[in-house]
Design a protein around this ligand. Structure first.
Ligand SMILES: Cc1cc2nc3c(=O)[nH]c(=O)nc-3n(C[C@H](O)[C@H](O)[C@H](O)COP(=O)(O)O)c2cc1C
Length: 152
């Protein structure tokens, strides 16, 4: 499997970026080269040109992806590229006070990438902003398990 991982950030208030910055060293320690990119301005090529990505995104609106991820999400949905060569992981951020749409940003990406043929490695991580757990700590713990799954 690939030795480089691109982390794609969907965020409004920056939490997903903080999580990615703490997750990156875990991936690097496992031997991966890591690039962190804000989804703003990206096209579906980013998923066609890489074979391993980590989506790190929060949730807004009616269970939507954040504004900076919207154009990429919609372009993927419209153009339907073949992503059968792609493996991915999902770190989702949300808040359970939004009971009906809890963590749907990450779930939306998961559903779309699977529909386009990509293969998820590991469970979708769901962080709850109303819990006592820090999102960075949850991300690091999840990433330690994720790299073990990638190594299989
Ligand atoms: C206006 C607003 C709307 C939100 N809508 C949802 C939602 O529908 N579902 C959910 O699970 N979380 C929702 N959240 C919670 C955020 O996704 C959560 O706080 C997340 O950690 C923010 O990450 P970010 O700083 O990377 O954007 C909302 C937060 C705000 C401020």
């Amino acid at each position: 499997m690939a030795k480089s991982i691109t982390i794609l950030i969907g965020t409004i208030t920056g939490t997903a970026e903080l999580v990615a910055e703490d997750v990156a060293p875990v991936l690097e320690a496992a031997g991966y080269q890591v690039e962190i990119l804000d989804m703003d301005g990206l096209t579906p090529d980013i998923l066609c040109d890489n074979d391993l990505v980590l989506i790190c995104t929060s949730t807004y609106g009616q269970g939507d992806v954040p504004d900076n991820a919207m154009a990429l999400y919609e372009a993927l949905d419209v153009h339907q590229p073949d992503l059968s060569g792609l493996h991915y992981g999902i770190i989702g951020l949300g808040d359970s006070t939004y009971a009906d749409t809890y963590n749907q940003g990450g779930v939306r990406f998961d559903n779309l990438l699977r529909e386009l043929g990509a293969q998820r490695v590991g469970d979708v991580m769901r962080h709850n902003a109303s819990s006592d757990e820090l999102p960075e700590e949850a991300g690091v713990a999840w990433a330690r398990q994720w790299v073990e799954l990638l190594a299989k």
